[in-house]
Design a protein around this ligand. Structure first.
Ligand SMILES: *Cc1c(COP(=O)(O)O)cnc(C)c1O
Length: 354
């Protein structure tokens, strides 16, 4: 069965399984070995493992490309950056995932790349810079400002100018967008987040349009030592099976609660694109106190798990100064929305009074 023949929500369940022959297991077994008998394609576990291959089959089909998994989202991002020649001209968001933004500035200050920053919503500026760029790095929606880029416009113009486009699609997931279908060269995911969905592992992935680029990234993965463990790949694929039901439930919770947050007296600004499982609020009272005053919502970083999480982003010293001090990022889980609302509402009111 090819992913083009069936719905992605079916593909994610049926793909990446051992052949359907008598007594074969229905799930790819975890192989705990660092080395393999010589003569085959794997030889050594830094090159791959069967659980990673099964996960890559499933994820690649969801993005209509060739997936390769890494030990974290940052390991995947660094492998992409390691493909660039010295002096590459990179156009990237000024506010994006902190680790990526910091890493790009680091490469620029060390003279490895020439970095120009942009706002992902400023299409005119981005288009005006394409003739001076080799790489267009996009993130949409952005973390944590929830800005949405006009991917179709930007990717098609990048392609027309011969600019390599990379889209960090962690927030949207393949449930809501497929950048490769719009012509992007690479899609980046933090598998740590909603793809695996249970806050129990770290992993990243790149999905490439070309098989040639996949092979280059496979070499990067081996040389950088960024292979995820067989057990984590097993867990990630187990989580990925339920991606669509989790995404749809978390998104329904996000839509319901953000409609109430919009008019909440303790909320001065709501950022929510109208879809997706993440939102951000700016609060009138003490933002740290809000995070400390919830019982069901967990005060912790990260996002995309079955449990609802919240966090004041500027508590991280490296977070961009364009992120307001009183901004709280909300990651909606799959709990009952009325329970989530009662808990969040009392925390907001509590912090507003003191
Ligand atoms: C978390 C995240 C990353 C980094 O992924 P890790 O798995 O934490 O290394 C990259 N991009 C976005 C948008 C993220 O949310």
């Amino acid at each position: 069965m090819d992913y083009a023949d069936i719905d992605p929500s079916t593909w994610v369940v049926s793909s990446g399984r051992p052949p359907a022959t008598a007594d074969n297991p229905v799930n790819e077994p975890i192989v705990p070995a660092s080395t393999f008998h010589a003569g085959g394609p794997t030889e050594y576990a830094r090159e791959g493992n069967p659980s990673a291959t099964a996960l890559e089959v499933a994820l690649g089909g969801l993005e209509c490309g060739n997936a390769i998994v890494f030990a974290s989202g940052m390991a995947a991002a660094n492998a992409l950056m390691d493909l660039w020649p010295v002096g590459a001209r990179v156009l990237a968001p000024n506010t994006a995932y902190t680790g990526v933004a910091v890493r790009l500035r680091e490469l620029d200050s060390r003279g490895h790349i020439h970095l120009t920053t942009c706002e992902v919503i400023d299409s005119d500026f981005i288009l005006s810079q394409l003739t001076k760029s080799d790489i267009l790095w996009l993130e949409s929606p952005t973390n944590p400002l929830l800005e949405v880029a006009d991917l179709e416009l930007l990717i098609s113009h990048a392609a027309a100018h011969g600019v390599t486009s990379i889209v960090d699609s962690t927030f949207a997931s393949p449930v809501r967008q497929n950048p490769l279908k719009l012509g992007a060269d690479f899609v980046l995911h933090s598998v740590t987040k909603i793809l695996s969905g249970h806050s129990d592992l770290l992993m990243g992935a790149v999905v490439t349009k070309s098989e040639d680029d996949w092979a280059k990234l496979q070499t990067r993965r081996v040389l950088l030592g960024a292979m995820p463990s067989a057990f984590d790949c097993y867990l990630a694929l187990r989580g990925l099976r339920t991606l669509f039901v989790r995404y749809e439930k978390s998104e329904a919770n996000a839509i319901e609660l953000t409609s109430q947050l919009e008019t909440h007296p303790a909320v001065s600004r709501l950022r929510y694109p109208g879809w997706g499982t993440i939102a951000a609020i700016e609060v009138v009272g003490n933002a740290d106190l809000v995070c400390e005053s919830t019982a069901l919502w967990t005060y912790a970083t990260s996002l995309g798990g079955v449990e609802s999480l919240l966090e004041r982003r500027r508590r991280w010293p490296l977070e961009s100064e364009t992120v307001p001090e009183n901004l709280i990022r909300l990651s909606f889980g799959i709990e009952n929305p009325a329970d989530l609302w009662l808990d969040l509402d009392q925390a907001l009111r509590n912090s507003n009074q003191r």
